[in-house]
Write a protein that binds this ligand. Structure first.
Ligand code: PMP
Length: 391
């Protein structure tokens, strides 16, 4: 049965990871997969996570199923941390499902939207996270792209975004990155978020916000502020939240779907529907990561430790951004005003291959770099390699 099957092309980032692992040079630099690395290049376990894990180990009494909706207290605490005193929360217009990572949340949100309105399409700014469109296709949604990023200025092509809003049909899903855009780092200003909220309302579109990097740019609540603006202005929204980066819980598959509806009864219907779909996708979510997040957010000391470490992470990223922007290399100047883990280097595929082969620097084929892979021990070598490409 499988003899004639041709596997689909792997995600380019997966391929970069494979090439990196096969490279035996000690000095190789990994700017591929989007994980935060500390100043020594390590993916460390955050101290608050360790603390919560120790408590969890002592107190956990059983490993029964959580149920398809998962741990609701985890969901409520995470939501409250990102969006304090949200009126929709008090009005009981929100429903939550704990999911395996942000990817699970995104998939489940799409399933719900497709069920609600099978003809709706996903409007996506390009470039975007390479998984966004394939996951939408698996969920049976057609996608329509528009130009999200202007490489000449290193900023969001806001005119193109607004045009995409007005070209969409009522009921379409409008995909947004809550903060720290992957792959470009280009961010909307508060005024642009406000204008976008008005336009989405007017066009009757349903925003689907992918919030995977909260805390990596300006602070936890600050990074959720654009999403907050939409929640305050619109009657309905879907949010896919990931704890992979903000808590460093990549392998623990920790995420949640939040759906805001116009009434408590509609919110209940969303939760029941999403739970039914979750049951057929993964049945029950994994417990460990969400239990850690619930524990950290429920304990004042652990929460303060976690926030301090998250602050240190974003300050380190901001430092690398300033350093890259000050390098004088072509195309790097906007990097200082961008945010999060990623930036685009203006290299073509030949230059990206040469960076790999000649300098052992690994980046995505699109030119995206994970700036967290840079540190005091390798940034000079990286800049030297870039200069070599620019000659
Ligand atoms: N959205 C974006 C924009 C991402 O970059 C990622 C992770 N690379 C995710 C969602 C999903 O993260 P998770 O590992 O939690 O599924």
């Amino acid at each position: 049965m499988f003899e004639t099957m041709r596997p689909p092309a792997p995600d380019s980032l997966m391929e970069v990871g494979r090439l990196f692992r096969a490279d035996m040079r000690d000095e190789k630099i990994d700017l591929g997969v989007g994980t935060y690395r500390d100043g020594e290049g390590r993916i460390k376990i955050m101290a608050a996570v360790k603390q919560a894990e120790e408590r969890q180990l002592k107190s956990q009494m059983g490993k029964g199923y959580l149920g398809p909706g998962g741990d609701q207290l985890y969901c409520e605490r995470l939501m409250e941390a990102l969006f304090p005193d949200l009126p929709a929360m008090a009005d009981r217009r929100l429903s939550f499902v704990q999911t395996p990572g942000g990817t699970g949340a995104y998939r489940l949100g799409l399933e719900l939207a497709a069920f609600r309105s099978p003809a709706s399409r996903l409007i996506v700014g390009a470039p975007t996270w390479p998984n966004h469109i394939p996951v939408a296709e698996r969920a049976g949604l057609r996608s329509v792209t528009y130009r999200h990023y202007d490489p000449a200025t290193g900023t969001v092509d806001f005119d193109a975004m607004m045009e995409a809003v007005s070209d969409a049909r009522p009921g379409d899903l409008f995909l947004l990155h809550g903060c720290c855009h992957n792959p470009t780092g280009a961010a909307l200003s508060p005024a642009q978020w406000a204008e976008l909220a008005d336009a989405l309302l007017e066009a009757k579109l349903l925003p689907l916000i992918d919030l995977a990097y909260a805390g990596m740019a300006r602070g936890l609540v600050e990074d959720a502020a654009g999403t907050r603006r939409l929640l305050d202005r619109l009657p309905e929204a879907i949010i896919a939240i990931s704890c992979s980066k903000s808590f460093g819980l990549y392998s623990e598959r920790t995420g949640m779907l939040a759906v805001m509806a116009a009434s408590p009864s509609a919110a209940d219907a969303c939760r029941l529907t999403a739970e039914t779909f979750a049951r057929s996708l993964w049945s029950n979510p994994p417990d460990h990561g969400a239990a850690i997040v619930r524990t950290i957010l429920g304990d004042e000391g652990m929460r303060a430790n976690w926030l301090a470490e998250l602050d240190a992470m974003r300050h380190r990223l901001a430092g690398i951004r300033s350093r890259l922007a000050a390098s004088g290399l072509p195309g790097t100047e906007p990097i200082a005003a961008q945010e999060g883990l990623f930036a685009m280097m203006p290299f073509d595929s030949g230059q990206i291959a040469a960076m790999r082969e000649k300098h052992a620097v690994y980046m995505d084929m699109s030119g995206r770099i994970n700036i967290a892979g840079l540190n005091a021990g390798n940034i000079d070598r990286f800049l030297h390699a870039c200069r070599d490409m620019s000659h």
